[in-house]
Design a protein around this ligand. Structure first.
Ligand code: FAD
Length: 346
């Protein structure tokens, strides 16, 4: 077993005993698997990686293990080597994520460090395809499309996450939603199998995406995390002048600066808007604008945003979320649904 090779590749920020011997063995075997798969693992495996460094809220606990793949092949090798019972969390830029203060058990995989290729695909007279790996920042897709006179991706300029996160959330704004422009996606599952899928394979709704095969909207399954993640997407866009797209992007960003507390760490809208209403209006209607718990505050600029005042714990943010839910239920009889994903141990 080439544990030395494994150790060289690991950045130990915690006690080495935190790495389960079985996991270490499995990863070492993967490194040796050149004979089997013709591939060696090249990514970076770290222990006790503070998730506050990787979430836009800049709060929360550490990931037990964090893997930064070198590229998609490397991710596949890593996934093949992981024990089947190892919890896996795939994350982009953490712009919709709250990790509780007790941290995350298992392995967090970071796409943004490696899956960063964006290129043009097939072209036709009326439009063209744009292919982006899951770790590409969504605003980069918007700019790349504009640069090549492709229209329809401008809204992505306002969504500060990755393509993978935008696919998982069906992220959208100003009338555009991610899956409106998706032609197909490539996914990778926890055994490293790659698949091509289309929109028809998913149940897609407002900030909701679920593989039909994993149970669609059935209540009991809804919050069970998927074990098949997005590796890349092909967007189908129409032809349109880049100058017009750039004008739209500038306009959209100006509106965001005017209405959102972008100077303080946040995760965008905390709650989905209920049908025909706005979560911000309801929270403001409960007099909660500006309410502080610990180091977190319900933004005075936009009541559906919670900002980190500097030293917020994830528990402060979660307490404000629970407070808003209770208050809106009591005053308006409406149950707010969370848009942000909350994970980890309290
Ligand atoms: C200032 C601000 C403004 C925002 N405005 C908007 C907005 O207008 N509209 C909007 O929809 N959102 C908005 N958001 C929220 C956020 O940017 C989006 O949800 C974004 O798409 C999340 O991408 P991410 O890479 O940061 O995902 P993360 O936060 O890292 O992850 C979010 C979820 O997606 C999953 N995920 C991430 N990558 C993958 C993958 N490759 N495969 C499968 N699952 C994956 C994660 O497991 C997690 O459950 C805003 C956030 C901020 C901070």
């Amino acid at each position: 077993m080439k544990t030395s090779a494994a150790s060289e590749r690991q950045t130990f920020t915690g006690h080495p005993s935190a790495l389960r011997p079985r996991l270490l063995r499995a990863i070492a075997e993967a490194i040796e698997s050149e004979k089997v798969h013709g591939k060696a693992m090249r990514g970076d495996l770290r222990l006790n990686e503070p998730m506050a460094r990787h979430t836009s809220w800049r709060a929360g606990g550490a990931a037990e293990r964090a893997f930064f793949p070198a590229d998609l092949d490397d991710l596949v090798v890593f996934l093949r080597a992981l024990p089947r019972d190892e919890p896996v969390h795939v994350t982009g830029l953490g712009s919709n994520l709250l990790v509780r203060d007790g941290g995350l058990l298992g392995t967090v995989i970071f796409t943004h460090w490696a899956l960063r290729e964006v290129r043009l695909g097939r072209a036709s007279a009326s439009g063209g395809e744009l292919c982006a790996e899951a770790g590409v920042a969504s605003p980069k897709v918007a700019r790349f499309a504009a640069l090549h006179d492709l229209a329809g991706a401008e809204f992505l300029a306002g969504i500060p996450g990755t393509v993978g996160g935008a696919l998982a959330m069906n992220a959208g704004c100003y009338g555009g939603e991610t899956w409106d422009i998706v032609a197909r996606v490539t996914t990778v599952d926890r055994t490293g199998v790659l698949r091509e899928r289309t929109r028809n394979d998913y149940e897609i709704d407002y900030r909701h995406v679920r593989l039909q095969a994993e149970g669609g909207r059935r209540k009991a399954e809804r919050n069970h995390p998927s074990e098949e993640w997005f590796a890349s997407a092909t967007f189908r866009l129409r032809r349109g002048p880049g100058a017009e797209s750039r004008r739209k992007i500038t306009e959209l960003l100006k509106r965001r600066i005017a209405t959102q507390p972008l100077g303080e760490p946040n995760a965008g809208s905390v709650f989905r808007n209920p049908p025909g209403d706005f979560a911000a209006r309801l929270i403001e209607g409960c007099g909660l604008k500006g309410r502080v718990i610990g180091g977190a505050r319900i933004s005075e600029k936009h009541a559906n945003f919670i900002v980190n005042l500097g030293r917020a714990r994830a528990a402060d943010i979660e307490a404000l979320i629970a407070l808003a839910e209770r208050a809106v239920k009591e005053k308006f009889g409406i149950e707010l649904e969370r848009e942000v994903r909350i994970v980890g141990e309290a």
